[in-house]
Design a protein around this ligand. Structure first.
Ligand code: HEC
Ligand code: HEC
Ligand code: HEC
Ligand code: HEC
Length: 119
């Protein structure tokens, strides 16, 4: 009886563990680090200070324009709609959705109810 309860508890923990891992394995900065990028890659300094940000131009210097990102995702298939990168909200800043060190958000949901997963 006791052993059963313990087994059930361990099982639950691994389910929640797996869900948490899928939702946010790491933040965006950590995922970049896993591709051998460093703080300098985004911040131009190895010691960014509190309040530091990263410009859209910096992100685009590696990833291209919003249109190019959208084209790449659509070419691959399985794109989430409506298109988060090309839409009626012109001139979007990457940081409105993609956060460096916190969970990303979907700015569209200030007005809409979309279920995009934002990496
Ligand atoms: C993928 C690009 C990227 C990488 C790589 C990255 N950052 Fe950032 N960082 C950001 C963005 C974007 C912000 C703006 C705040 C946010 O979105 O979390 C930020 C903000 C910061 C801030 C200010 C946070 C605040 O709340 O005031 C610090 C400090 C910082 N980063 C440190 C680092 C350090 C140290 C590293 C390397 C270990 C690093 N960052 C790597 C994108 C990056
Ligand atoms: C120095 C080049 C460089 C810079 C600057 C950079 N990235 Fe990346 N980024 C990469 C590489 C390399 C990857 C991994 C390969 C890929 O998915 O293209 C990546 C991956 C990503 C991914 C996919 C992550 C995932 O886990 O699916 C997103 C989203 C992303 N970057 C957004 C950003 C944003 C937003 C910024 C600016 C804050 C930024 N990147 C700055 C090179 C860069
Ligand atoms: C309105 C929110 C939003 C904004 C603004 C935004 N993104 Fe995204 N981004 C997303 C979402 C959602 C996805 C996942 C799309 C999918 O899987 O179909 C994504 C995916 C990505 C990816 C992964 C592409 C891949 O091959 O899987 C990269 C890289 C990326 N964005 C970079 C950027 C950059 C750079 C900017 C700024 C120039 C930016 N994004 C602005 C929401 C946004
Ligand atoms: C400030 C509020 C606001 C934000 C933020 C916003 N939208 Fe909208 N959106 C609207 C309004 C208002 C309409 C037009 C009314 C309607 O058709 O529902 C609309 C219509 C749309 C439509 C219907 C077709 C079209 O193009 O007119 C799509 C698709 C759409 N938005 C996607 C997005 C995406 C993707 C984002 C995030 C990048 C976004 N919206 C952000 C207010 C907003």
């Amino acid at each position: 009886m006791f052993a059963m309860k313990k087994l059930f508890f361990v099982g639950l923990c691994s389910i929640f563990g797996a869900v948490a891992l899928n939702a946010q394995a790491a933040n965006l900065a950590d995922r970049h680090a896993s591709k051998s990028l460093t703080c300098v890659s985004c911040h131009d300094t190895a010691a960014p200070k509190e309040g530091a940000t990263v410009s859209t131009a910096k992100c685009s210097s590696c990833h291209g324009s919003l249109q190019e990102i959208s084209d790449k995702i659509h070419k691959r298939g399985n794109a989430q709609g409506p298109d988060p990168h090309v839409n009626h909200s012109l001139g979007l800043n990457c940081n409105e959705c993609h956060r460096g060190h916190q969970p990303s958000v979907n700015m569209c949901n200030r007005c809409h109810v979309f279920e995009h997963k934002v990496p």
